[in-house]
Design a protein around this ligand. Sequence first.
Ligand code: NIG
Ligand code: FE
Length: 417
Amino acid sequence: MLTLVKNIKELVQVETGQHKLRAQGPEMAQMQTIKNAYLIVEDDKIKDFGTMETPSGKQIAESNADIVVDATGRMVFPTFCDSHTHLVYANSREHEFVDKIRGLSYEEIAKRGGGILNSAKATAAASEDELYELALQRLDEAMHLGTGAIEIKSGYGLSTESELKLLRVIRRLRENSPLTIRSNFLGAHGIPMQYRGHQEDYVDLVINEMLPRVAAEGLADFIDVFCDQGFFTVDDTARILEAGIKHGLRPKIHANEMAISGGVQVGVKYNAISVDHLEQMGDAEIECLKGSDTMPTILPGCAFFLNLPLSPARRMIEAGLPVAMASDYNPGTAPSCNMQLVLSMACIRYRLTPEEAINATTLNTAYAMGVSRELGTIAVGKRANFFITKPISSYEYMPYSFGENKVETVFINGKKI
Ligand code: NIG
Ligand code: FE
């Protein structure tokens, strides 16, 4: 099956020659585009692209592919990769949102049993089918906003049965959704009330009871820990990551949201594919990431929603690091899956240029979920996940016009959805 998209005003984030697995430092500002372009898709893969202005381009314009889409006035982008979400959950948490407006902090709400524990209670009461239906709707919304690959964490279970239930929901999503999905076991997301004061016993439960079952059922690609003040310590984290690695899971870390926690260092030590949040970053954390294979990942929606300090994205790029930006979609700190908004916030709040912001939300988030060989750019042989915009004036308009949905048509695995 051959699909031709022709008369593309500008084809954005193309790669010719050697494909990069990530963009770092000055490379983040580099982004290739082709004006007046065509794109050819064979089945689920990108087959060819180029300018309409050459003789072969003219021929292509007249070709009779099975499907021909005329994109006059419109741009084509690779779909966003959202490398950090918690989208399987039972209930929204707007009452805590109001408590926060009235002055309570995220940590205060967590201490009194709200926050993650609130979500865990509702998750325990929900059936697998209910959770699946809710998550599928959210996935569908993300896809229509331009997301083509997504990582999903467990972590609202906090008991063996509930964590397995969440991971089985993710497996069902993976089997039934056309999106590229990666699964992350985040048993160490919060400390259940009955373990307060002796959380090492909960860490034991994660390692000795949950993890072997997660691994035996092949339910996860990654293992994650919320390594932060008031949550899991560096020692807890190291123990969990070591055990996860033994079961074949690659670490990904929540770190430095509340305080400089040592989470970046322990993540790098265990070769985490990404360390995420990073609202609190000192020079030592930046230094430690240099030369590593770990992707620093910023979550602009969470910092916006909780009014947190902004992660020093510019300092990281100037230090030669790569930066990725994901949604953190979850009911407590970032109730939005909108990666177009993340793109805008990357520019508006973190002072990334549009080119850097596009790299941060496509190629670098693809890296942060281990899929940048097949996704993240428009390149021959990569998966044909892309979107066609509404008529827009330039690619800079994408981050500029924040809050507007600029995505008109989404193609996943070469098929219009
Ligand atoms: O990434 N920081 C930890 N975990 C989530 C929030 C979870 C929640 O509050 O429900 C996050 O922001
Ligand atoms: Fe998170």
